[in-house]
Design a protein around this ligand. Sequence first.
Ligand SMILES: Nc1ncnc2c1ncn2[C@@H]1O[C@H](COP(=O)(O)OP(=O)(O)O)[C@@H](O)[C@H]1O
Ligand SMILES: [Mg+2]
Length: 505
Amino acid sequence: MAENDVLVEMRGIVKDFPGVRALNGVDFQLRKGEVHVLVGENGAGKSTLVKILAGVYGLDQGTIVLNGRQTHVHGPAHAQDIGIAIVYQEPNLVPHLTVAQNISVRHEPLRGGFLVDVRQENERAQEILNRLKLDIDPSVPLGQLSLGQQQMVSFARALSLKPHVLILDEPTSSLAQREIEQMFAAIREIKAEGVGIIYISHRLEELFQIGDRITVLRDGQHIQTMHLKDTDLNTIIRMMVGRDISEMYPREAVTPGQEALRLEGITRKGVCHDINIVARHGEIVGLFGLVGAGRSEMARIVFGLDPRDSGAVYRDGRRVSHLSPDAAARMGLGFVTEDRKREGLCMVLPVRQNVVRASLDRLFPHWLISPGRERQVAHKYIAELSIATPSSERAVAYLSGGNQQKVVLAQWLCAGSDMLILDEPTRGIDVGTKVEIYRMMNRLTQQGTSILMISSELPEVMGMSDRLYVMCRGRITGEYSRGEATAERIVACAFGTQEVRHGEA
Ligand SMILES: Nc1ncnc2c1ncn2[C@@H]1O[C@H](COP(=O)(O)OP(=O)(O)O)[C@@H](O)[C@H]1O
Ligand SMILES: [Mg+2]
């Protein structure tokens, strides 16, 4: 590409916050008509870098060249005036204003010079919503929409500014699959018009779908910029985490034993269709898919939390006659839910009571609960899982996310579960604790436990699963053994753009 295609050139950017250097001499370039993805672990400096470009933060050192001219971005309004639009990671729209008002804030159509023309405002918003194929009424207050719809409105607002540079900071985290596709379609359209797009995402499976070039940041440093077609996921992850994949995903080889769980034709109208999954003792089975693919819903059916229309569940080879949470617990099935704060833990109770929560019947058959015995059991798991807590009496609300997750796991281990369904087990957990959880999964499977791991993180699924299934829109769209699974294949199945390999169409 020619040099004069360069839209933005950031050089030697340094940004200090009290006590932390968020960016340390970062270079970044954006060309016309490219999607430049920016990746890095939490805290790498991605948001800070784009906020500097969007005028939210000033910079301590470095220069920004925009269309060949050195530019000072004085503030967000100035950034908008010079054609830079940003969709923030955290929502920043006004819930009590209408969708149309939110879209047109600070560039309202004026009537008679200063009054806002509501009808024209609504029409203009409708136009842009139509273009995005969004079924949203522009005259309703934004607060009435789902989080995903609100995010799409932020996106619509950014587009309506007709920017030269569009920045999207983790835009898809709250979007449903259809919304993601709509957003991607719009991105491809404006890209063809020459807009440069900076796309930040922690969902690595998206990068290859949408990106042209990629820049990896780590600890405020620029690590590498590459063409996506010249690289692969493993390389990217290695650059992001700064250590080897085998260290990050320490899955050890196992010889799987007997079948622990088999789902046969599990179907619930509108949720999942003819799900066939097998998990053996000693095996980690991954279940990958985009948010909304129906994975958690499927798990809820297995635990009798939601009804099914048809299909059967086999536990250790025997058909389960009636699915219910009690039956699941009796059969040694454990479910670590996605939402550990709401479903997995009682935040105000101490670690001790949370650990034994699912095992009271077993520990105290005569209902004479002994705190001393509870403490003893809790200490065993605190040691075994290295749960960082000052004591077993600490309320779990005070523990870090990673340690809370360990308490949830302890609950099921204490209850004697040897078939665990883990739903997004490492979401929102720091890297160090993630690796600890992976090691724990290794230990459990060595003892014969079977794990079905639902995850939206491609590297995690690829790194830890012995076998994996992919779901899309309620159906299994792929099944791979460890060696066969490539990122491209898995992603294609997750988006439903690849033919079904096993199972049914
Ligand atoms: N407003 C702020 N005040 C103080 N520290 C901040 C602020 N914003 C970001 N940081 C710090 O700067 C570093 C980079 O953060 P950020 O740019 O948000 O990373 P990323 O978006 O890659 O997760 C982190 O250490 C973060 O804690
Ligand atoms: Mg960020």
